[in-house]
Write a protein that binds this ligand. Structure first.
Ligand SMILES: Cc1cc2nc3c(=O)[nH]c(=O)nc-3n(C[C@H](O)[C@H](O)[C@H](O)COP(=O)(O)OP(=O)(O)OC[C@H]3O[C@@H](n4cnc5c(N)ncnc54)[C@H](O)[C@@H]3O)c2cc1C
Length: 375
């Protein structure tokens, strides 16, 4: 693995750094989960898109720069180091778009990607249901065949950004006779279509970060099915690889947080060796994640490696933020940036599949350990 950047990579990194230095809003935008924050974050996404920096790895025809994966990682490092705003479009940009680029039709890509890249359409992911989170194949929301499309019914839950989003993509059972993993279809639908009710759910910080979605015979045309009807599990698993892997949680975020933690320790009067060691461990963890990611560019990891990666970043995030709050002590009460980061980190071991489930995948499928025997 060669970590020396060539001239093209350095030039790209410098361009991104300069643009961010000139354009990142001073001060934090209001929370992405509030109406004010929604407008401010959409405006920011448009600015990124105008600069050709919304999704640098995408093909040119959809507003990307078609840069190699290494450059995309450098972009993320610069983005987070500059303290740039959270990405309101992330479900679309980092989950739906790669899925469409792999399984969608050219017509779907032409129709869906341009408004996504400018945040004119913000997407929610509608997979989880009240009885189907870890066991996603247990979903009960269904799609019934009708003229020219499907009628969707059922209930989805924990759908991030759904309170402010425009459209959603989700899994529906379209063949009740088929076995659990078959007979599922991946479908896109409009959150304001007749028959859709969106009920916001308040999260730990009080903002409506998610919503429940109720569907009552919602019509979607065939052109909004991703992949073949009945093949939704395969499509969803390719989306999940992006969610658990590095696209959504690139090392740049952890590197920037670790640097901030080191600065926080330095700026305080802490002398406690145990906490200092945790600061060091968090910094090493972020560096290790970066190395792992760079190495994977040369030698792509196996199919279940995303589970190990997800375990690593989610636990690193919690440890890093817990350490920051301990360094801050009582001051943590008034430090919104670290406290918000901590509350969000707590969700990492739950979303994108819980860590218990990912440990099961690593144990059984990567390491070939026997299945856990119920006592
Ligand atoms: C911040 C956040 C954002 C989210 N965003 C979205 C979103 O945008 N779209 C969406 O569709 N969903 C979203 N989710 C939902 C998330 O994917 C689910 O919460 C998650 O998959 C777990 O499912 P569950 O909540 O039904 O818990 P359950 O599946 O009921 O699990 C409960 C407990 O049992 C454990 N468990 C279950 N099965 C096993 C097993 N086989 N082995 C060992 N332990 C097991 C779990 O690990 C967990 O501790 C989000 C969740 C959070 C916290």
């Amino acid at each position: 693995m060669n970590l020396d950047l060539d001239a093209a990579a350095c030039a790209f990194r410098d361009e991104v750094r300069d643009w961010l230095a000139a354009n990142v809003p001073a001060g934090r935008l209001p929370s992405v989960d509030t109406p004010q924050g929604d407008a401010a974050h959409r405006a920011w996404e448009r600015r990124l898109a105008d600069a050709g920096l919304a999704v640098v790895s995408w093909p040119l025809e959809y507003g990307g720069r078609a840069v190699p994966p290494l450059h995309a990682l450098l972009f993320e490092e610069e983005y987070h180091a500059a303290g740039a705003p959270a990405r309101i479009g992330q479900n679309g940009l980092f989950l739906l778009a790669p899925t469409l680029l792999r399984h969608g039709t050219p017509a779907q890509r032409d129709r869906i990607l341009p408004p996504m890249v400018r945040a004119d359409e913000v997407w929610a992911q509608a997979w989880s249901e009240p009885e189907a989170g870890s066991d996603l194949a247990a979903i009960r929301s269904r799609g019934r065949r009708t003229d020219g499309g499907w009628l969707l019914s059922g209930q989805k839950t924990w759908s991030s950004r759904a309170a402010v989003a425009d459209r959603a993509f989700g899994l529906f059972r379209t063949d009740p006779q088929a076995s659990r993993h078959r007979g599922l279809t991946c479908v896109m639908f409009d959150l304001r279509a007749p028959g859709v009710t969106v009920r916001p759910i308040r999260q730990l910080d009080g903002d409506p970060g998610f919503a429940e979605i109720f569907l009552d015979d919602v019509f979607v045309p065939d052109s909004d099915v991703i992949g073949e009807p009945g093949d939704g599990w395969r499509v969803a698993m390719s989306t999940a690889g992006h969610e658990r892997g590095q696209t959504l949680r690139s090392p740049g975020r952890f590197l920037a947080a670790a640097e901030r933690l080191v600065a926080l320790w330095r700026s305080g009067d802490g002398r406690d060796a145990a906490t200092r060691n945790r600061v060091v461990d968090a910094w090493i963890g972020a560096q290790a994640y970066r190395m792992h990611t760079f190495a994977a560019l040369d030698a792509p990891a196996g199919p279940f490696a995303a589970s190990a990666t997800k375990l690593f970043w989610s636990e690193l995030d919690v440890a890093l933020h817990e350490t920051a709050l301990d360094v801050l002590g009582a001051r943590a009460e008034t430090d919104a940036a670290w406290t918000d980061g901590y509350l969000f980190a707590l969700a990492g071991p739950i979303y994108a599949g819980t860590n218990e489930v990912h440990r099961g995948i690593v144990a059984e499928r990567m390491l070939g350990l026997p299945r856990e025997v119920a006592r």
